[in-house]
Design a protein around this ligand. Structure first.
Ligand SMILES: *[C@@H]1O[C@H](CO)[C@@H](O)[C@H](O)[C@H]1NC(C)=O
Ligand SMILES: *[C@@H]1O[C@H](CO)[C@@H](O)[C@H](O)[C@H]1NC(C)=O
Ligand SMILES: *[C@@H]1O[C@H](CO)[C@@H](O)[C@H](O)[C@H]1NC(C)=O
Ligand SMILES: *[C@@H]1O[C@H](CO)[C@@H](O)[C@H](O)[C@H]1NC(C)=O
Length: 336
């Protein structure tokens, strides 16, 4: 090493390395990101909350240690790592559509990524599926954009579905001051469209080539037991190509679950996916979603919340499928 190189190395060690670990302040974070991007492009990974992250890290496949930098942005930690030899940027976005969309936009705007994998648990709204199964939906709908109408109110013609609260009265059907809920479509802006001109869009599809790649995941061996005494009745499976739903609400209501399935034909209900897919798509980035069924979204009998029993199992199964998908992707880096 020459004297100049030594000085450079010392500067790097003194100033830049600590900054990787103790980033604070937006300018500092942006400087770190610039360094991180020099090693790009990366695959972006977005999960939601700690149970999912714990299971993902527990696989040991995501090398998350001091050798790899991280950067904190708006209170979230974006970690650099490697999976199956592939460079990834990973973030746990937090529950809800605002967190999901914000993290997705940060991923595509700030980091040198070529696509996004979003993963986590979800409620199961399709009675042909079971807890522990993992779905890779072909498309998502936001079921949380509502016109909340008066009793007998006229539903706007552009709305796509309605729920009459009177149909859910106890002990029998009857009118109700909560009226009716009418479902709107998204107003979608994209780089492919005219600026400031929204498109009315109901379904947000994941990237076709990536979905096709995922069909080869259907034979993966998944976990069936939480522990020695709690096991699922059937062997969990991977199901590719169904529909998924997202809204800013946790569905734990059997009747609403049935409504979602019958009205929209969706097999899952979560709180982030459509936001990630819409935002990726809007910016022109490939995206796929992998969700493990942690509960029946209220379809269970009794008062125990399935998610309390099965979120770790569902998270483990999701992590397995995500790793296998990344493995496939590494053989075919840009399948689009
Ligand atoms: C709604 O319509 C029903 C049937 O036409 C009627 O009996 C009821 O009074 C109406 N309710 C309100 C609040 O307008
Ligand atoms: C298995 O998990 C269930 C649910 O968390 C728990 O009630 C039960 O005690 C556990 N059994 C063992 C042997 O740890
Ligand atoms: C529900 O799940 C079953 C089993 O995977 C699947 O065959 C069916 O198409 C799903 N229903 C809908 C509406 O997607
Ligand atoms: C709940 O109970 C009903 C009536 O016994 C039964 O038909 C249904 O299959 C049960 N659902 C589940 C998820 O066990």
């Amino acid at each position: 090493m020459s004297a100049n190189q030594l000085v450079l190395a010392a500067i790097f060690a003194l100033f830049l390395l600590p900054a990787f670990g103790f980033a604070n302040g937006r300018q500092k974070s942006l400087a770190i990101i610039k360094e991180i991007n020099k090693n790009g492009p990366y695959l972006g990974l977005i999960t939601v909350y700690s149970a999912e992250e714990d299971a993902f890290f527990a696989t040991g496949a995501f090398k998350n240690d001091s050798r790899y930098p991280y950067v904190d942005l708006s209170g979230k930690r974006f970690r650099v790592g490697r999976i199956e030899g592939k460079k990834v940027i990973y973030v746990r976005c937090g529950i809800g559509m605002v967190n999901a969309a914000a993290a997705t936009q940060q991923m595509v705007d700030l980091f040198d990524i070529y696509g996004l994998i979003h993963f986590g648990v979800s409620g199961n709204t399709n009675t042909s599926l079971s807890i522990g199964d993992v779905v890779v939906p072909k498309e998502f709908i936001n079921t949380g954009l509502w016109d909340w109408m008066k009793t007998n109110g006229t539903v706007p013609i552009e709305d796509i579905a309605k729920l009459d609260v009177k149909d859910y009265n106890l002990p029998k059907r009857g009118n109700n001051y909560l009226g009716r809920i009418a479902y709107r479509s998204e107003r979608y802006y994209s780089e492919a469209g005219e600026p400031n001109v929204p498109q009315e869009k109901v379904w947000f599809e994941v990237t076709t080539n990536w979905l096709q790649l995922a069909t080869s995941l259907q034979g993966i061996e998944l976990e069936r037991c939480v522990n020695s005494t709690l096991c699922l009745e059937t062997k969990p499976k991977v199901v590719v190509g169904v529909r998924g739903s997202t809204a800013n609400m946790f569905v734990n209501n059997g009747d609403y679950r049935d409504f979602l399935y019958q009205t929209f034909g969706v097999s899952s209900a979560d709180m982030e996916s459509s936001a990630v897919v819409m935002t990726s798509f809007s910016n022109g980035y490939p995206v796929i979603v992998i969700r493990g069924m942690s509960d029946l979204a209220g379809g269970q009998n009794g008062t125990v919340n399935d998610i309390d029993l099965f979120e770790s199992l569902a998270s483990t199964n999701v992590a397995k499928v995500v790793l296998q998908f990344i493995k496939l992707l590494s053989r075919k880096l840009y399948p689009f």
